[in-house]
Design a binder for this molecule. Structure first.
Ligand code: BGC
Length: 965
């Protein structure tokens, strides 16, 4: 833009002689006007409830935007939003629904719509403009919209329909009935102006109009506690309909609703599938608006017909079988003869079952992966390698004879002899079968299953096909990628890639532990340790908004959040997948921590308000278990395993699970106080703060000795039977205990210094290696940095020796492993018989440190409107790091490179954001910003000396900071 303006100036001055004076004056006036426009700030990336142009159910959806503007220190001092019932009205500046008028302030997100109430199906258009720091009025943004979906039950006339095909399941190890196919033709009498498909299923669905699949989503309508809540999606299907006859079709599958879940088969639970219902149901309604203003509805009801087709089996854990010869050709198009099809049955709504719009982003193909190699391992048997561990499916493209079939098995690793390693799938069959119709090139992708894999074994190939016969389709909840990280350390760059891939593989409708074996559950401990890391990678607000609701829906009657969510329960209210799955310290706190992380990162107060009753109930549950405000040894003796899961998969001395529970209890009180204060509930904020102080004191008294060392009374655990690795005894003086104590803030300042010293000593005395598991690793590097041992944090991060993440990388990992030693080159797979996933994000929680302390991007204010830029820079083996994070307030960039003593930092701060940048030198004299000495630089807002560093306050803009260390 700037360039264009200069060129314009040039050409005008060059042509000056040719111009007459009055015309020149007009030109100059134009330039002045242009200048004013350039000085202003421009709203862009307008979103409603975190999404661009969405369908929503909220009567007061929250609006947000980012700001763009040239130069430095730009901020918003006021905004105006206009909302109108049509685009043309808004273009004319007529806001018939809401005109906020000029509102003072720098708020750019979570602005509640406060206009006229809207009707279901109403689409409204909005725009926003901003005033800058000098009160210059900016230009209006582009126009965007949102559309109100169907928030009222009475808006739904469609019925639940389905058919029980369980009797058609083949006898065998698995019970896998075929998919019902549903169809209906309907005549549209007039010209269609607009049409919407509202669709939900208990189970999974593909929906077709006139032979075309609607949407590119997978696994709608997601996994919920279907007894309480079912989601629906909305699609604009205007262009899919025509006047006259139209054909509507659906294929259903069991999915999470009626399929196999978790390790029920493995642990020998009586019920292994059909946890919510026996067969899938569909509810769909197409609302048609004709050109003449009249309306028509096409709904699922008992006039629909049903039959079976090509999908013979489909299940998340067991895979899909597709026989193309059985495809009822033309069934989804007009004119198909369905006389032999049966009538479908209608089913009632369940009492208390809410039907709501899907809050998250749908699962979609987020990347296609070409096959890297193919190897023959036996006659007719080949292995294809995609070179990357991921979750998803394959796309097949091949010609074969009628009745030929291929069997696909999926694995994450190979045995040394080149055969597929599938021991770690346990009872997940994870096998697809495709039967060819023959005589033409056929293309196929499974619809109702996914696998976690890098390798596919294909049986049944008559000859070696060209490599492009198979493509990998990576599936994930389709969230915007918001992060970037790179450094001068190749191992670290691979590690970052592994983190991203593992998040993608496990952010699949719910945050799962792993995508491959017979588990794939929303384990709460894994999710809470990883969540901050996830935020730096993708815009997880809609995803976690959904999952926080799942957490609340699965809260136990006693107030505890469960160990995984959704949590299917049987009629006695007991966990249906495994009766002993209840709650655990470090897991259940996800109900507080995940809510807090959304509140903090996205400045979302509404989620706090809505979650408060559930969170309070949980805090009351915990409090009742305390003695002297402490969760003392054996406080959780009644759960299985006793004490909960503790520092799961740690490799050193076991930390007392109750000591950990107390630090978590403290941390939750602290977070609750902050959240309550933010929403104006001061009474509760004070109560939680008071309790957190009492816990702090109680913790010191109970779990700390005279020297400030953490301890536990191991004798109270007896022989430790029933506890995770309890036979080894428990300790308080461990890396995990100090890391959690420092991270949570439970220690007084003096004790923090001691804890930092002990933590450092423990790392050193262990040969500079970690001993931590899930709960200990997340806070380990942050705690080292907070206590002045960033050198140790860097050392652990760069280590390639067991146990470390680098060890995984040098052993060939393309994803994060469940265990520190899931595989070793010399010993192979030592844990396969138990649990050994190669795609488990929990240890990827190191991403939080990489962004917050290596790049140094940390939120000061909710929503990143104020931010710290404080990278840890020193002689730590890394001389270059660069990255960015597109926060709620805009894209923040932090890069640094060190050559000899010279340090160059490149920092980009978005409009309306203030950054507190720490330059790692004692004196400000040596600092140059954008080529000028810092004290001569008028872009800098303030310079202070702080803790041996120079703190520079910067507003928006691009800065190059040079200094000598
Ligand atoms: C899961 C974990 C989970 C754990 C509970 C495992 O089977 O895969 O990630 O947190 O159980 O300790």
């Amino acid at each position: 833009m700037r360039l264009k303006k200069l060129k314009l100036l040039d050409s005008i001055s060059m042509n000056l002689n040719k111009l007459n004076k009055p015309l020149f004056c007009v030109a100059l006036a134009c330039i002045t006007l242009l200048n004013i426009a350039f000085a202003n700030i421009q709203p862009k990336y307008l979103r409603t409830e975190y999404k661009v142009n969405p369908f929503v159910e909220e009567s007061k959806p929250r609006l947000s935007w980012e700001l763009e503007g040239q130069g430095f220190n730009k901020s918003q001092t006021a905004f105006q939003i206009m909302v109108a019932s049509s685009e043309s009205l808004l273009k004319k500046g007529k806001a018939d629904l809401w005109d906020s008028k000029k509102v003072s302030g720098n708020q750019t997100n979570q602005v509640e719509y406060a206009g006229k109430s809207l009707a279901s199906g109403q689409r409204v258009y909005w725009k926003v403009k901003a005033w800058d720091e000098k009160d210059n009025e900016g230009k209006w943004s582009e126009i965007q919209y949102w559309e109100l979906a169907k928030p009222q039950t009475q808006d739904w006339n469609a019925k639940w329909v389905g058919i029980d095909l369980n009797h058609l399941a083949k006898k065998g190890e698995y019970h896998l009935p075929p998919s019902p196919y549903l169809r209906k033709e309907a005549k549209l009498k007039k010209k269609v102006k607009s049409a919407r498909l509202y669709i939900s299923s208990l189970g999974l669905h593909n929906f077709y109009i006139n032979g075309e699949k609607i949407g590119n989503d997978y696994f709608a309508s997601g996994w919920t506690d279907y007894n309480k809540r079912v989601y629906y999606n909305v699609y604009d299907v205007t262009s899919k309909l025509k006047s006259g006859n139209n054909a509507f079709g659906a294929i259903l599958s069991n999915g999470w609703y009626a399929g196999y879940l978790g390790y029920a088969l493995l642990v020998g639970t009586k019920q292994v599938n059909q946890f919510y219902g026996k067969f899938p149901l569909l509810k769909a309604q197409i609302d048609v608006l004709y050109e003449d203003g009249s309306k028509e509805e096409i709904i699922t009801d008992n006039t629909w017909k049903t039959s079976t087709g090509a999908v013979l089996e489909s299940d998340f854990l067991e895979g899909e079988k597709h026989d193309s010869r059985l495809n009822p050709k033309g069934w989804d198009k007009v004119g198909y003869d369905d006389a032999s099809w049966a009538n479908i049955k209608e089913f009632d709504n369940k009492n208390g079952q809410l039907l709501e719009i899907y809050p998250s982003n749908p699962v979609r193909v987020v990347q296609e992966l070409p096959a890297k190699s193919i190897k023959k391992i036996a006659e007719g048997k080949f292995i294809v390698d995609f070179g990357q561990n991921f979750a998803g499916n394959i796309h097949l493209k091949l010609k074969a004879n009628k009745g030929d079939s291929l069997i696909f098995r999926y694995g994450e690793m190979l045995f040394p002899d080149g055969t597929l390693m599938i021991d770690n799938l346990r009872k997940a069959r994870s096998t697809d079968t495709y039967v060819f119709e023959g005589d033409q090139v056929e293309e196929w992708t499974p619809s109702f299953t996914f696998h976690g894999f890098q390798f596919v074994e294909i049986s049944g190939l008559k000859e070696e096909p060209k490599l492009d016969f198979l493509t990998g389709l990576a599936l994930s909840s389709d969230l915007d990628q918001v992060g970037h990280f790179e450094s001068d350390n190749a191992m670290l760059n691979q590690l970052y890639s592994n983190i991203i891939w593992t998040q993608r593989a496990n952010y699949l409708d719910v945050p799962t532990d792993c995508p491959q074996r017979d588990e794939r559950l929303g384990w709460t401990g894994d999710a809470q340790v990883y969540m901050r890391s996830a935020i730096f990678n993708a815009d997880v607000a809609p995803f976690h908004k959904k999952w926080v609701q799942d957490l609340h829906d699965s809260q136990w009657p006693n107030g505890a959040y469960p160990v995984y969510s959704p949590m299917p329960v049987n009629k006695d209210g007991v966990a249906a997948i495994r009766a002993t799955d209840s709650f655990s310290p470090g897991w259940s706190e996800a109900g507080i921590i995940c809510t807090y992380e959304i509140f903090k990162a996205y400045n979302d107060q509404r989620i706090v308000k809505e979650s408060l009753p559930y969170m309070n109930k949980f805090m009351t549950f915990l409090k009742a278990r305390t003695k002297g405000h402490v969760l003392q040894e054996k406080a959780f003796e009644d759960v299985s395993p006793k004490g909960g899961f503790g520092d799961w998969l740690s490799v050193g001395e076991k930390t007392s699970p109750d000591l950990l529970a107390t630090t978590y209890y403290f941390y939750c009180n602290k977070l609750m106080a902050e959240m309550c204060r933010a929403i104006g509930d001061l009474q509760q904020a004070n109560d939680y703060e008071k309790e957190s102080l009492a816990v702090k004191n109680g913790f010191k008294k109970h779990y700390m000795d005279q020297q400030g060392k953490l301890k536990t009374n191991a004798a109270l655990y007896g022989n430790g039977e029933g506890y995770v690795e309890g036979q080894n005894g428990f300790a308080g003086h461990t890396q995990t205990a100090y890391a959690n104590a420092l991270y949570s803030g439970i220690l007084d300042q003096d004790d923090q210094i001691l804890a930092g010293k002990y933590l450092r000593e423990l790392v050193e005395s262990n040969g500079n290696k970690l001993t931590t598991g899930f709960l200990g690793f997340k806070p380990l590097l942050p705690a080292l940095t907070a206590s002045g041992s960033s050198d140790k944090a860097y050392q652990l991060l760069q280590s390639t020796e067991y146990p470390s993440l680098g060890y995984e990388v040098v052993n060939g990992a393309t994803s994060i492993w469940e265990r520190w030693d899931s595989y070793t080159k010399d010993q192979g797979f030592v844990h396969n018989a138990a649990m050994n996933s190669f795609s488990h994000y929990a240890f990827g929680s190191v991403n939080e440190w990489m962004f917050e302390h290596m790049l140094g991007i940390r939120a000061k204010e909710n929503g990143y409107q104020e931010v710290y830029i404080q990278p840890e820079i020193g002689d730590y083996g890394i001389n270059k790091a660069s990255g960015s994070f597109r926060s709620m307030a805009g894209n923040i960039k932090s890069a640094w490179s060190k050559t000899g003593q010279e340090l160059i930092q490149e920092i980009e701060i978005p409009v309306n954001v203030k950054a507190f940048c720490y330059i790692p030198v004692k004196e400000s004299k040596a600092i140059f910003i954008n080529g000028e000495p810092i004290d001569k630089n008028n872009m800098v807002l303030a310079v202070k000396k702080l803790e041996g560093k120079v703190l520079v306050e910067l507003g928006s803009g691009k800065y190059t900071i040079k200094t000598n260390l």
